[in-house]
Design a protein around this ligand. Structure first.
Ligand code: ATP
Length: 370
C-alpha cells in the first residue's frame, strides 16, 4: 500500500550551513514527485531525510499521516535506488532481487515474487547472471528490482540514470515511468535534468539553495513559473528574459521598451495585466518562451506571439529544429525559425545546401531595418 509523505517546515543544517531550509511539501499516495534543482541545492538531503539516512534538524516528517522523524530507517517501509547502485557482486540477479525478501522472511520460497519483479523489469533472461556479466543499464534494472521486490510503500530514486549514456537514459526513463505506474507506489525522484523531471513527474518540485521554489505539474511549471529562477531552469531552449520598461497606455497594446525597440506583449500574458499596468514606467523582466517569439516587426506577430527585430548572430541547426540567436540591441534572444524547420514541400529533407533559413532570417532583419 502506498503512503503519503509530508514534510513540514523541514530544515537540515550541517555545522553552520543550512543544506535545506524550511521545506514544506506533501506527496500524495501513489504520486510521482520529482525533486529538481542544480547541484548542491539540497535535493539528495531531502531524500535522505525521508529515508531516515539523515536526521532532521528542524521541522517534522510524516509518513502515511504518522510522525516519522524518529522512526528507524528499516522500519519506514521505504526502498531507495542511488546513482551508484550497489549490487552484491557474488550474487546472481535472482539472488540480488530475492535478498530483501529472504531478509524479511527467510523460511518462505520467494521465487514467484522474484519472477514477477523480473517480468515487470523485463530482465527475466538475466536471472542467472552476476553483476559483472551485465551492462550498466541492466545492472540498474536489477538494482530497481531489488528495491521494489518487497513492494515498499514509498520508492525513492536519487539520480538513478545519471551514470548511463543518453540513449539508455531515455529508454530507462520510459521504463521507470511504466514500472512506477504499474506499482502505484508513492515515488520521489531526484534529478538535476529538467527534461527528465518534466517527462517523469506528476509534479515537479524545484529547489534552489536549500529552498523550495515551486511545486507544480510540469505544464504549470513551464507556463506559470513562480519566479525567474524557475522560468530559466525549466525548458529547452531556455526562456528569453528581456529587461525593459513597461509601456502601458490605457487604450492600446501593452508594450515593453527594450531600448532600441518596442516589444508588443503577446496575449494572453501569465502576469495579471492590471499588475503590469501598475508597473508603468518601471523596469521589469519579461520571460518569453522561444516558441512565443518570431523575428519581424510587431505587425507580423500572430496571436500569442511577440515579434522581435535584431541582428542574427548565430544559427543553430539541431535537426528537428533551427534556432536563431538574435541580438536585439539590449539582449540576446533565441527564436526558433519555424518555417525552415518544417520539411520541404516535396517531402524531402530540410533544405540545407544554401542554408535558406539563414537567408530568410537575414532578409527579415533587413526588412526590419528598412
Ligand atoms: P547533487 O545533485 O550534486 O547531489 P544535491 O542538490 O543533491 O546536489 P545535497 O547533496 O543535498 O545537494 O547537498 C546540499 C548541500 O549540503 C551541499 O552544499 C552539500 O555540500 C551539503 N552537504 C551534503 N551532505 C553533507 C554532509 N554530510 N556534511 C556537510 N555538508 C553536506
Amino acid at each position: 500500500m502506498s503512503r503519503a509523505i509530508e514534510l513540514r517546515e523541514v530544515s537540515k543544517r550541517f555545522g553552520d550551513a543550512y543544506a535545506v531550509r524550511r521545506v514544506s511539501l506533501t506527496v500524495e499516495p501513489g504520486e510521482f514527485l520529482v525533486l529538481l534543482g542544480p547541484s548542491g541545492c539540497g535535493k539528495s538531503t531531502v531524500l535522505r531525510m525521508i529515508a531516515g539516512l539523515e536526521d532532521i534538524t528542524e521541522g517534522e516528517l510524516f509518513l502515511g499521516g504518522e510522525p516519522a522523524s524518529d522512526v528507524l530507517p528499516r522500519e519506514r517501509d521505504i526502498a531507495m535506488v542511488f546513482q551508484n547502485f550497489a549490487l552484491y557482486p557474488s550474487m546472481t540477479t535472482r539472488e540480488n532481487i530475492g535478498f530483501p525478501l529472504r531478509l524479511r522472511d527467510p523460511s518462505t520460497n520467494h521465487e514467484h515474487q522474484v519472477r514477477a519483479t523480473a517480468r515487470m523489469l523485463a530482465i527475466e533472461d538475466l536471472l542467472e547472471r552476476l553483476p559483472a556479466q551485465m551492462s550498466g543499464g541492466e545492472r540498474q534494472r536489477v538494482a530497481m528490482g531489488r528495491a521494489i521486490s518487497r513492494r515498499p510503500s514509498v520508492f525513492l530514486l536519487d539520480e538513478p540514470l545519471s551514470s548511463l549514456d543518453a540513449k539508455l537514459r531515455s529508454h530507462l526513463r520510459a521504463e521507470i515511468a511504466r514500472i512506477v505506474a504499474e506499482l502505484g507506489v508513492t515515488t520521489v525522484y531526484v534529478t538535476h535534468d529538467q527534461a527528465e523531471a518534466m517527462s517523469l513527474g506528476d509534479r515537479v518540485a524545484v529547489m534552489r539553495d536549500g529552498v523550495l521554489q515551486q511545486a507544480s505539474a510540469p505544464r504549470d511549471l513551464y507556463a506559470r513559473p513562480a519566479n525567474v529562477f524557475v522560468a530559466a531552469f525549466v525548458g529547452t531552449p531556455r526562456i528569453n528574459l528581456l529587461e525593459g520598461v513597461v509601456n502601458a497606455p490605457l487604450d492600446g497594446p501593452m508594450a515593453l521598451d527594450l531600448g532600441r525597440q518596442r516589444l508588443r506583449l503577446p496575449q494572453p500574458l501569465t502576469t495579471d495585466h492590471q499588475l503590469l499596468r501598475i508597473q508603468q514606467g518601471r523596469p521589469v523582466i519579461v520571460g518569453l518562451r522561444p516558441e512565443a517569439v518570431r523575428i519581424g516587426p510587431p505587425s507580423q506577430a500572430r496571436p500569442g506571439e511577440a515579434a522581435l527585430g535584431g541582428v542574427v548572430e548565430h544559427v543553430e541547426y539541431l535537426g528537428h529544429e533551427v534556432l536563431v540567436h538574435l541580438n536585439t540591441g539590449s539582449r540576446r534572444a533565441v527564436v526558433p525559425d519555424l518555417e525552415s524547420s518544417r520539411p520541404a514541400a516535396d517531402g524531402g529533407a530540410v533544405r540545407s545546401a544554401r542554408r535558406p533559413w539563414l537567408d530568410r532570417a537575414l532578409h527579415r532583419v533587413s526588412s526590419l531595418a528598412a
